[in-house]
Design a protein around this ligand. Structure first.
Ligand code: ADP
Ligand code: MG
Length: 271
């Protein structure tokens, strides 16, 4: 019963940091419901794209739209309220929160919409204490907890048995899973995953890839943009791949075409 979010459209998106062009006139469209993988060497501008789409970084030029909404100049909390959720490349610790509470933080966008908290998710402990004190939270607590529990259970027995443990006690791989759970519990229309399998062993990687495949199958309206280095995962999941290099889109093609492209091989080998 999800409305269709429409396409994510980037048009000529450029962002400089000092003299460095992190993204250089990046243009691409992700149709609603597609799973797009972004690959490319370190420093190619992949994480900057996620920062730009989520409003944590503003473009110097270009436009970013999601369906009818122009995201280009919106602050992060307004963008979250429009149904955009993301995981971070480096998992952040959730000081003082249990695993379940950390996931519940992800429901805040639906309670407060945009704007009432200073910077969504920037200070998680503050965000959580504000959230759990809201009358709107108290009124919907059972419902939100049920949803957080269901989200934890998506990860099999990885997170659910640890729901009451402090989040900081989780293993590295479980912190990555928690990041994704926190993003999913907001029931986003657009999910941005920045190297979700980074640091995971092959078993953990395969398990997470299967979970993402399941999400993609179960939620046809959910658009997923995934930065992923592991080409096995890209082949398994993505219907389309964008290869970034030095801030520019080098190739925009199917996984088979992209991974066989000589320019891609050259970019990866740095020649
Ligand atoms: P990737 O995720 O593809 O490895 P990033 O998007 O993180 O690459 O970075 C692209 C380039 O922009 C890098 O050279 C990086 O050092 C630079 N960069 C990213 N964010 C910032 C920032 N906040 N300040 C300065 N430079 C940045
Ligand atoms: Mg990165």
């Amino acid at each position: 019963a999800h409305r269709h979010p429409g396409a994510l459209v980037l048009e000529g998106v450029t962002r400089r940091f000092g003299g460095l062009v992190a993204t250089n006139e990046v243009t691409f469209t992700v149709p609603g419901g597609e799973l797009l993988a972004i690959v490319g060497p370190n420093g190619a501008g992949k994480s900057t794209l996620v920062q730009l789409i989520t409003g944590f970084v503003r473009p110097d030029a270009g436009r970013i739209r999601l369906g009818p909404h122009d995201l280009t100049r919106l602050p992060p909390e307004r963008i979250s309220a429009l149904g955009v959720a993301r995981s971070f490349q480096t998992s952040r610790v959730f000081p003082g929160l249990t695993v379940l509470e950390s996931v519940l933080v992800g429901t805040q966008v639906q309670l407060i919409g945009g704007g009432r908290l200073p910077r969504a998710f920037n200070t998680l402990a503050e965000t959580a204490s504000v959230l759990f004190g809201l009358p709107a939270y108290a009124a919907r607590r059972r419902l939100l907890e049920d949803r957080a529990e269901a989200t934890l259970k998506l990860f099999g027995d990885r997170l659910w048995p640890r729901r009451d443990a402090p989040a900081f006690s989780l293993s590295y791989a479980n912190r990555r899973r928690l990041e994704i759970a926190r993003a999913l519990v907001a029931e986003p229309d657009l999910l941005l995953l920045d190297e979700p399998t980074a640091g995971m062993n092959p078993t953990e990687t395969g398990e997470l890839a299967d979970l993402i495949a399941q999400l993609h199958a179960d939620r046809p309206a959910l658009t997923i943009v995934m930065i992923e280095h592991k080409l096995q995962v890209v082949r398994q999941l993505a219907s389309r791949v964008i290869v970034m290099n030095h801030g520019s889109v080098l190739v925009d093609a199917t996984p088979e075409e992209a991974l066989a492209d000589p320019r891609v091989v050259t970019a990866y080998l740095g020649r």
